[in-house]
Design a binder for this molecule. Structure first.
Ligand SMILES: Nc1ncnc2c1ncn2[C@@H]1O[C@H](COP(=O)(O)OP(=O)(O)OP(=O)(O)O)[C@@H](O)[C@H]1O
Ligand SMILES: [Mg+2]
Length: 265
């Protein structure tokens, strides 16, 4: 068999539990999903379905004490679920980047934009050319290098999201996981950010896992959809197919609800 194409993510039968003094509390059970190399897959579902937990599991960056209890997380054929921490450190940011859900918390208010974008670059590649690489990443997201001297509060929501995207792509990852990247933005800016992510995916040859609860975004921006409910994936399909003939009752209700709201034509 040949090598798997770069940036492919295949999660198989993933289980995650919160670890508590009183014992494990399962939050994800039998989660399976696929992000083909160079494509965009959506992970959709209501609040609390387990979308963010799934994303955290990929890089083992749980915000609460938790552990992987079952399954495989195959990134270009390598099982991250079994990878020792010292090897995972080299994958985080550099080969798989993540844009976290809380845009407010993601930027340090007292650190200049330049220093924040350079931080990851310095950690992985050293100081040499860090400023140049940061400016390059910012240019890719449509921001002028002068923004490096500014601070988060001086930026609009859309500009802040662009800075986070610049930080995420600065190390040249082959997979980008974006957790609700447009939730806090108005509709026009949302569309611009989605276009930007799509262009970066193509230009940089990345795969994209787009986490959202918005089926309008799914219809617009993705090739493949995985629908989550109650800590598991209940349906996976090509985006067109999912909207044309949703199989699972939950998916059907989601699609009907979104159609009533007129979220896409
Ligand atoms: N900080 C936490 N403490 C305890 N349980 C948590 C915590 N975060 C998540 N969970 C549990 O994990 C489940 C999945 O949460 P997760 O954050 O992955 O949902 P989500 O699909 O990302 O929701 P949202 O759309 O609101 O971001 C929750 O239903 C909850 O049971
Ligand atoms: Mg979430």
């Amino acid at each position: 068999m040949g090598r798997a194409p770069a940036g492919e993510l295949r999660i198989e039968g993933l289980g995650v539990a919160l670890t508590r003094p009183s014992g494990d509390l399962p939050v994800l059970e039998n989660v399976s999903l696929h992000v083909p190399a160079g494509r965009t897959a959506a992970l959709v579902g209501a609040s609390g379905a387990g979308k963010s937990m799934t994303a955290y599991a990929v890089l083992r960056l749980f915000p609460v004490p938790a552990r992987i209890t079952a399954g495989r997380i195959l990134f270009d054929g390598v099982d991250l679920a079994r990878l020792p921490e010292r090897d995972l450190v080299r994958i985080r940011g550099r080969r798989i980047a993540m844009i976290f859900q809380e845009p407010g918390a993601a930027l340090d208010p007292v650190m200049s934009i330049g220093d924040q974008v350079m931080e990851g670059i310095v950690a992985h590649f050293g100081r040499a050319r860090a400023r140049e690489r940061a400016a390059e990443a910012l240019a890719r997201v449509g921001l002028d290098a002068t923004i490096m001297r500014r601070y988060p509060h001086e930026l609009s929501g859309g500009q802040r999201q662009r800075v986070l995207i610049a930080s995420a792509i600065a190390l040249g990852p082959s997979l980008l996981i974006a957790d609700e990247p447009t939730a806090a933005l108005d509709v026009t800016v949302q569309a611009q950010i989605l276009d930007l992510l799509d262009r970066l995916r193509q230009d940089l040859g990345m795969s994209l896992l787009l986490i959202t609860h918005d089926l309008g975004i799914v219809a617009q921006a993705t090739d493949l959809v995985h629908v989550m409910r109650g800590g598991t994936v209940v349906e996976s399909a090509e985006t067109r197919r999912l909207f044309a003939s949703p199989q699972h009752p939950y998916t059907r209700s989601l699609v009907q609800q979104a159609q009533r709201l007129g979220r896409w034509s």
